[in-house]
Design a protein around this ligand. Structure first.
Ligand code: SF4
Ligand code: SF4
Length: 354
């Protein structure tokens, strides 16, 4: 296979980086298990239940010999978007986008390698994907616990292709925007040359203390509370959400290692147009249809409605009081009703959180 032919194909499919690793036991598996044992939120219990799968690849695809790692760079959400979503929402559903692209690449590779069994993973299998990407040469892990790619920064989403062929002899040929040299230090958050010595901008920017000199605490992270947690969000974290309805990028926004890109955001992303009012007034079923084809298509719509109630209070949108009242009285879900009532209390007392 001609490497430039492969690289041209990657560019054509919109892949920002590619690298290969062998299917050996992950170096960070023991650290992962210790982290889980220290305690994770109840909603993330699946991380404990399927932890053993991450020790190798036999439970995911028997006979895996190599893993190709891929990254796509995230565009910015358009400035005109009425609601603020974390940047990983900007491309529509990155799972589908990346899965499609990796599928095309698999097709291409099959013309050159005797691949019989393969599996595409885009958040769909228990793999330690950040380690795989770092070993594949994607850069290093920043103090903010995100992968920081030298060209694309941390706004990159990852996917993997497991294959039953040993591709390590072709590692250099297949590498694209990645370094074939791996330094285990790159797996330590903030180690080596990744983070400037006195830079702790991500820690200062984190509104909840989830990032500190002790590392990262998922129990305090807004990405967890807004995206994974079903139920009432404690006041402390609700207030810290500010105007962001889904996820949180604050530990990335001021990072000096961020590399912006001029990739255009797709115009047909429903999340670029949806309003707080729509989120509150659509039924759960209507909301699911409205956000189909986006990265939040499969999440429970009540979580989005709960978050919208919080953002309305945080940003003092008194014009939405009638919609909040309706939710507080009539919504089918107790914790959405309760969140709407808390927001009403804030707004009717004339208090605005930000
Ligand atoms: S995503 Fe937000 S809450 Fe979580 S660590 Fe980063 S800044 Fe803190
Ligand atoms: S803000 Fe500074 S310390 Fe944090 S990840 Fe970026 S470079 Fe590293």
């Amino acid at each position: 296979m001609n490497p430039s032919e492969f690289h041209s194909f990657l560019i054509k499919t919109g892949i920002a980086a590619c690298g290969v690793v062998d299917a050996s036991r992950p170096l960070t598996y023991d650290a992962y298990c210790s982290q889980i044992a220290k305690g994770i939120p109840q909603n993330l219990g699946y991380l404990q239940r399927n932890a053993f799968c991450r020790e190798g690849f036999e439970a995911i695809m028997p006979g895996t010999k190599s893993v190709l790692c891929f990254g796509i760079a995230m565009p910015k959400m358009p400035a005109s978007a009425p609601c603020h979503f974390a940047r990983f929402c900007a491309i529509g559903d990155y799972h589908t986008v990346l899965r499609d692209r990796i599928g095309q690449i698999l097709h291409f590779l099959k013309d050159h390698f005797p691949i019989e069994n393969s599996r595409i993973c885009v958040d769909t299998a228990p793999v330690l994907e950040r380690e795989l990407a770092i070993r594949a040469g994607f850069g290093s892990i920043g103090y903010n616990h995100m992968i920081i790619h030298p060209q694309w920064g941390s706004y990159i989403s990852l996917g993997e292709l497991l294959v039953d062929v040993d591709l390590m002899p072709y590692r250099e040929m297949l590498a694209f925007n990645t370094s074939p040299l791996f330094d285990p230090q790159n797996l330590i958050p903030g180690a080596v040359g990744c983070c400037p010595k006195h830079c702790r901008q991500c820690v200062r920017a984190c509104p909840t203390g989830a990032l500190s000199s002790n590392g990262y605490d998922v129990n305090r992270c807004l990405a967890y509370w807004t995206i994974q947690h079903r139920g009432i969000i404690p006041k402390e974290f609700a207030k810290a959400m500010g105007n962001v309805i889904w996820g949180c990028d604050r530990c990335q926004q001021g990072c000096p290692r961020i590399r912006d890109n001029d990739i255009p955001a797709p115009e047909d992303n429903p999340l670029s147009r949806i309003t707080l009012k729509e989120i509150l007034t659509l039924s759960g079923r209507q909301l699911r249809i409205r956000v189909a084809q986006t990265v939040i298509a499969d999440v429970h719509p009540y979580m989005l409605q709960r978050n919208a109630c919080i953002v309305i209070a945080n940003t003092g949108k008194r014009e939405l009081i009638p919609e909040l009242e309706n939710v507080a009285q009539n919504h089918a879900c107790e914790w959405v009703r309760s969140t709407a009532q808390s927001s009403l209390n804030i707004l009717t007392n004339g208090f605005v959180r930000i």
